[in-house]
Design a binder for this molecule. Structure first.
Ligand SMILES: [Zn+2]
Length: 250
């Protein structure tokens, strides 16, 4: 809790990252969550790993150990066969209760308007997963508007635009959320004045907070705490991610 408000960090990673050299464990994450007043977090594999199944097992082990604190995501290599995709998603849903699929177009170079991405979304939608798409850095495939296509094809699936398009494209993310009721915005990497702009245009029932990197957790959660008050603050920091990522009714 921060100042009496429960806090959900909707964007964290554990494991070992090939692209950045980062390594961060579930225990590291829990220590930082406790230090920063974070009650619950969505934990996502890094997008470039040695072995995606093993990285899912790291996430799964964390979910089993910290079921009351963590929700889990899967992340698949871009060019798996449809059968391999479905098999692995089913495995992590059945074994670990994974609820989210992360798509990172900087490292999974699939055209968001293309058939491969539609197939990935179909596999996730059939299992009832929420799809979190990295947006911002990595344009053009990371442009927020490109996810309108999939959000319309799969209207019952929630699409979360991670980083809300970033400082360069956050207004485009606002438009995407305006035209698609199943598009949600996760506000990490925006400056505080960008968050204020988003809050003027998008209902708090469609917004959530994330940190992405451990050294940003205190600042990212604090940014939202400062930008919103009362019910709006509680909605962004807790209720929206609980509904969208965990299916909770509270
Ligand atoms: Zn991330």
């Amino acid at each position: 809790m921060i100042g009496g408000t429960r806090v959900y960090d909707a964007h964290t990673h554990i494991g070992a990252a090939r692209h950045s050299g980062r390594s961060y464990t579930a225990d590291d994450l829990l220590r930082d969550m406790d230090a920063h007043g974070v009650d619950r977090a969505l934990v996502i594999p890094y997008p470039v790993v040695e072995d995606y199944r093993a990285s899912h097992d790291v996430i799964g082990d964390a979910l089993l150990r910290y079921a009351d604190r963590l929700t889990g995501a899967a992340c698949l290599p871009a060019f798996l066969t449809d059968a391999a995709r479905r098999e692995e998603l089913r495995r992590v849903v059945e074994r670990y209760g994974v609820r989210v699929l992360k798509f990172q177009p900087q490292y999974q170079p699939l055209n968001p308007l293309g058939r491969e991405f539609e197939g990935l979304c179909a596999a996730a939608a059939e299992l009832g997963l929420t799809i979190v798409c990295h947006t911002g850095l990595g344009a053009p495939f990371a442009l927020p508007s490109l996810y309108i296509h999939a959000a319309r094809l799969f209207p019952k699936t929630a699409f979360v635009l991670a980083h809300c398009g970033g400082p360069a494209y956050f207004l485009e993310a606002v438009v995407a959320a305006e035209v698609c009721p199943n598009i949600y915005l996760e506000l990490s990497s925006l400056m505080p004045h960008h968050v204020t702009d988003v809050l003027e245009r998008v209902p708090v029932s469609r917004l959530m907070a994330g940190s992405d990197l451990p050294e940003s957790q205190r600042a990212e959660m604090g940014k939202i705490f400062d930008a919103a008050a009362g019910e709006a603050r509680a909605e962004i920091l807790w209720r929206t991610p609980r509904r969208v990522l965990d299916g909770a009714r509270e």
